[in-house]
Design a protein around this ligand. Structure first.
Ligand code: PFF
Length: 447
């Protein structure tokens, strides 16, 4: 077997995995869901799930990748056969790889909206009243050409990074964009503290009121912890497959989870400070950052520069996540179909791009086509986050908890006896139970 390419160091692995984890999920999804789910109750439970279920599952996926040394399907198969189990466990990898391409299809369209707003800020467009801001967003949704153009630009950027390879593409892009992202985010938070209302934001996010907890808050917090850690899509498996032997999986997982939490909280603090500071409501839904923030920027000194910087930051965050969504299937095409990396990246990207075009149409000329009362965008989002991710996460927990032989897992996850036991208990019982709950809820079984 030829030597598998690896990240240049364990910190490089941590950096790229944080790059995958921190994305539209933190900056676009987290604030709007926290905003609609009562703030602190959601935030506290989300943190709890990241620590309790997220870290053990991250460890499990990294373990499969590093043990099986291959694209998600082959990594799962190799890990299974080493334990004397059926090669059919490769299905875990397949569902992940396909799911990742489907997510990329609509993720790239949402990232395209951000590209569009970045451009609009740069050329000095002003959204100076609530009506203008809302109408501006509606006009974008109604224009398939503009949507497709922005989606295509973003997809081309993603394919370009993947085509360059694991180290000189993915790792290098992350080395540049992640520090820039942290810096911009700190700036934004600082700015939020100066012109916004940080006190009220902190109060909204952290003043824990147990009375606000209800089933919906718990379940959306669990779902979001999955989405934000990139779990259940083969992404962590394939990144783990390039992780050097001998580096601690637990150490890396804890770092990834903590950094993801930190960025999410900082983004939330910044966005809510500005939202409250300008007298806006935090619960305006998916349009929160696209409708309220341009309005904020229009009334802020230096808002044009600041707005452009902000959207650039979101593009960076989305870009490093999108890259991670394209890698699992690209790796399969290279390793199994013998394509060059460039051809593999293009082919996988083409699939998501075409799907994304359908998503662009689903807001306008195809908006009357609905399945289960959802348009294509909503359907794909629902299918991937509410069905594919939890099911796949459940399968991974079951696989590593019950199917993989103990000594194999033990060998890869070098932990003390006690910590290893805790990890196993979470994978065997706690994680499956929690996941079954969100799954049942999303199918309406518990409604
Ligand atoms: N974690 C990314 C975000 O929060 O934006 C989204 C994501 C990336 C989800 C990769 C799933 C995935 F496999």
């Amino acid at each position: 077997m030829t030597e598998r390419i690896t990240w240049t160091s364990r910190w490089a692995f941590i950096l790229v995995t944080i790059g995958s984890s921190v994305g539209l999920g933190n900056i676009w999804r987290f604030p709007y869901i926290a905003g609609t789910q009562g703030g602190s109750a959601f935030v506290v439970i989300y943190l709890f799930f990241v620590l309790l279920v997220g870290i053990p599952l991250l460890m499990a996926e990294i373990m499969i990748g590093r043990r099986g040394r291959g694209n998600p399907a082959d990594a799962a198969r190799n890990t299974a056969t080493e334990s004397g189990r059926s090669p059919w466990w490769s299905l875990i990898g397949w569902t992940g790889m396909i799911g990742a391409l489907v997510i990329l299809g609509y993720y790239s369209v949402v990232a395209g909206w951000i590209v569009d707003y970045f451009w609009k800020m740069l050329i000095g467009m002003r959204f100076d009243s609530q009506e203008v801001a809302v109408a501006g967003f509606a006009a974008l949704q109604a224009n398939p050409i503009e949507l497709i153009l922005c989606h295509s630009i973003f997809m081309a950027l993603t394919v370009a990074v993947i085509a360059r390879g694991v180290v000189s593409g993915i790792e290098r892009a992350n080395r540049i964009m992640m520090p820039a992202l942290f810096l911009l985010l700190l700036l934004l938070t600082l700015w939020g503290g100066i012109v916004g209302d940080m006190k009220q934001a902190a109060h909204f996010m952290f003043d824990f009121k147990p009375g606000d907890i209800n089933r919906e808050v718990v379940l959306s917090a669990l779902g979001h912890s999955f989405f934000s850690l990139s779990l259940g899509m083969g992404v962590i498996i394939v990144y783990g497959s390039y992780f050097k032997r001998g580096s601690s999986i637990a150490f890396a997982s804890v770092w990834v989870a903590l950094a993801g939490i930190m960025v999410g909280l900082l983004a939330g603090l910044a966005i809510f400070s500005l939202t409250f500071g300008y007298g806006l409501e935090p619960d305006s839904g998916a349009g929160l950052i696209l409708q309220t923030l341009p309005l904020t920027f229009a009334h802020m000194p230096g808002g044009r520069i600041f707005g452009s910087l902000f959207f650039l930051l979101v593009i960076f965050a989305a870009w490093t996540s999108a890259v991670s969504l394209l890698e699992p299937f690209t790796a399969w095409l290279v390793e199994r179909a013998g394509l060059t990396r460039a051809k593999a990246a293009l082919s996988a990207g083409l699939f998501s791009w075409l799907l994304g075009i359908g998503v662009c149409f689903s807001f306008n000329i195809w908006s009357e086509y609905r399945w289960f009362e959802k348009n294509l965008f909503e359907l794909l989002d629902f299918w991937s986050t509410s069905i594919a991710m939890p099911l796949n996460g459940l399968a991974v927990a079951f696989f590593v908890g019950w199917v993989v032989r103990r000594h194999v897992a033990r060998d890869e996850i070098a932990l003390s006896d006690r910590m290893f036991k805790v990890w196993q208990v979470v994978l065997r019982y706690l994680a499956p139970l929690a996941i079954l709950l969100i799954f049942a809820h999303s199918l309406g079984l518990l409604a």
